[in-house]
Write a protein that binds this ligand. Structure first.
Ligand code: 3EB
Length: 321
């Protein structure tokens, strides 16, 4: 059998409206941040429950150099083309019996869908839950989410973790949203030499270490970068100092790119910046200006980071220039 290659994947932040974008050839998804803009019936139109920080927030548009198909599978929505697949699923936690059970259920349905698709290699996953830091110690909602996720991954025999982001949203209470990128070809997970691998975090951070890789080298050679915070080794650094945390995030990102033998971010490196306190947006903007070429596309979003002392996190992509 001939190994099919994947088409080039691209992610861009664009001002155009969803209706116009969804008309274009090869559009895999259009993400709308925050607000309550009406959703198109199209399964490729995804509303993310994180508000933008800034005057106008562009849409995030995923496209491939190929024809795209899309549809529904029970509660899941999917689109696929060029060897890539986006799968989106949302659940109401109360209907599932709480965050831990909801997390396990959403991952089981997602993994079942992806596992039976041609694009069955899981590369990158995003997780959004509300009140992420609510609950004391091991009852913290993020830790309960990690328990459920790990159980589903184990049940499906997944031990090569995808790159991931897990962020707290301020949207509807009990809304758990997960979406994933998978492909017909495998990727290659990367770790960060400055950071202990998340799945090896010591017990003090929770009963189940988080199941994610620091980055994924995609089958087209691009790099998908996980949520990166001011974690050095396994410890959070610079409590209460968002500027110093942002500097530490960039030290982590540089170390990740160096490890992957990739040059610094450029116009083909869209980044998403999650900021816990809206009033920190100015300080974070200044940090981005210090560390990034002005051509690097970036979006600031209002979101909570999974440890309560962390104030800023960045994820993104580095596509071939
Ligand atoms: C960290 O380094 C910060 O649980 O999926 C970043 C990215 C973080 C993904 C996840 C958590 C996750 O531990 C938190």
């Amino acid at each position: 059998m001939m190994a099919r290659k994947v088409a080039a994947l691209d992610v861009a932040y664009v001002a155009s409206g969803p209706a116009e974008l969804l008309e274009r050839v090869g559009v895999l998804a259009v993400f709308d941040f925050g607000g309550d803009a009406p959703l198109a019936v199209d399964p490729r139109h995804v509303r993310i429950p994180l508000a933008g920080l800034g005057a106008t927030v562009p849409h995030e548009c995923w496209s491939v150099a190929a024809a795209v198909d899309s549809g529904h599978d029970g509660a899941l929505r999917w689109s696929a083309g060029g060897g890539w697949r986006l799968t989106v699923v949302e659940v109401a936690e109360p209907a599932q019996g709480g965050i831990e059970a909801a997390s396990e259920a959403i991952y089981r349905s997602l993994l079942a869908h992806i596992g039976s698709a041609p694009e069955h290699h899981l590369h990158r996953i995003w997780n959004y839950l509300d009140a992420i830091n609510e609950g004391a110690a091991d009852q913290e909602r993020y830790r309960l989410f990690c328990n459920g996720r790990a159980r589903a991954l184990l049940a499906h025999g997944v031990n090569d973790y995808p790159a991931a982001t897990a962020i707290g949203h301020r949207g509807p209470h009990g809304l758990l949203q997960v979406y994933a990128l998978s492909a017909i070809r495998p990727g290659h997970a990367l770790e960060n030499p400055r950071q202990v691998s998340a799945w090896q975090y010591p017990r003090r951070y929770g009963p189940t270490a988080p199941s994610f890789a620091r980055a994924m080298r995609l089958p087209d050679g691009s790099l998908a970068i996980s949520g990166t915070a001011a974690v050095v080794g396994h410890a959070s650094h610079h409590h209460d100092d968002v500027a110093a945390q942002a500097d530490e995030v960039f030290a982590n990102l540089r170390s990740l790119l160096d490890g992957a033998r990739l040059p610094p971010f450029d116009a083909r490196s869209p980044l998403k910046v999650y900021v816990r306190h809206a009033e920190d947006a100015g300080v974070v903007h200044a940090a981005l200006a210090r560390h990034l070429d002005p051509a690097v596309p970036r979006i600031l979003l209002h979101g909570d980071i999974c440890r309560s002392e962390l104030l800023v996190e960045i994820d993104g992509w580095r596509f071939a220039s």
